[in-house]
Design a protein around this ligand. Structure first.
Ligand SMILES: NC(=O)c1ccc[n+]([C@@H]2O[C@H](COP(=O)([O-])OP(=O)(O)OC[C@H]3O[C@@H](n4cnc5c(N)ncnc54)[C@H](OP(=O)(O)O)[C@@H]3O)[C@@H](O)[C@H]2O)c1
Length: 266
């Protein structure tokens, strides 16, 4: 028996990158998937590429009428929704956005409309179709916790997404609906490959982590943030661990080292 046998899943922004890899992974694990994307020809091509157990529904996640149309179709076709992967993202090269001083209203509105408003209403409108015990996965990013000068608006949207996972876990716990965030590092090219620990991820590696959070294998995991980043987000902690392991800390024992930017102390 496969991990997601008989499950009905929605993946927003499922026509490229991580969303597409997730759709393929889910179908391979026995699920039926609905994928969305704003552009019709691209969506149709991807539906053909996946080949089975998939429906493409064109739509913009930030448009509430499109979302109503999407959920009406899922209700009509399948009657329920076991898994929601809120993955759509309007940033393209998020790390190359304008720095403070050059941020435009259009840049701000477009990212918050898709990454925050679109994600919120996707999940909220999906709830009516979700049975107890269902799973929601929100695609966040390690950039939520990084101070990159050119990604401040994108990073802020992803910090909101991380926060939603916590609050919605509390709201949905009585229905045993789990809400988790995935924070991946950069999906890259071979030229970014520095070492096994620092290499960029592949979309397929992220998709496997999403499938884990969607499946019963993670039945006791909710409200969490799963880092799929080769250790990048934990760099400061890794440096502290090296320090404690080395002779540089030869007179330190029995201690607790806080690597938290003073949060625990003030
Ligand atoms: N790639 C990375 O390095 C990375 C790292 C950390 C986190 N993430 C997160 O992982 C998720 C997937 O990223 P990705 O790299 O796979 O991005 P991607 O290839 O650009 O995919 C984004 C998807 O969202 C769709 N989309 C854009 N605007 C939309 C809208 N208004 N309504 C519905 N769908 C819309 C896109 O459709 P079109 O192609 O037709 O525009 C595309 O299918 C995102 O949430 C991203 O923030 C990515």
């Amino acid at each position: 028996m496969s991990k997601l046998d008989g499950k009905i899943a929605l993946i927003t922004g499922g026509n490229s990158g991580i969303g597409l890899a997730t759709a393929k992974e889910f179908v391979g694990e026995g699920a039926y998937v609905f994928i969305t994307g704003p552009r019709d020809p691209e969506l149709a091509a991807v539906v053909k590429e996946i080949g089975r157990s998939v429906t493409g529904v064109q739509g913009d996640v930030s448009n509430l009428r499109d979302l109503d149309r999407l959920f009406a179709q899922i209700k009509r076709d399948k009657g329920r929704l076991d898994i929601v992967v809120a993955n759509a993202d309007g940033s393209k090269f998020a790390s190359l956005g304008p720095p403070l001083g050059q941020i435009t209203e259009e840049h701000f509105d477009s990212l918050f409309d898709i990454n925050v408003k679109g994600l919120l209403f996707t999940v909220q409108k999906a709830l009516a179709l979700m049975p107890d015990g269902a799973s929601i996965i929100l695609n966040a990013s390690i950039l939520a916790g990084k101070g990159w000068p050119t990604s401040s608006v994108y990073s802020a949207t992803k910090a909101v997404v991380r926060s939603f996972a916590r609050a919605w876990t509390a709201v949905l716990k009585d229905r045993r609906i789990r809400v988790n965030a995935i924070s991946s590092s950069f999906i890259g090219t071979p030229t970014w490959h520095v070492s096994e620990a620092r290499r960029t991820a592949t979309s397929e590696e992220i998709a496997e982590a999403v499938a884990f959070l969607a499946s019963e294998d993670s039945s006791h995991i909710t409200g969490s943030e799963l880092f799929v980043d080769g250790g990048i987000a934990q760099e400061a902690i890794a440096k502290a661990v090296v320090f404690l392991a080395s002779e540089d800390s030869s007179y330190i024992t029995g201690s607790e080292l806080f690597v938290d930017g003073l949060i625990a102390q003030v």
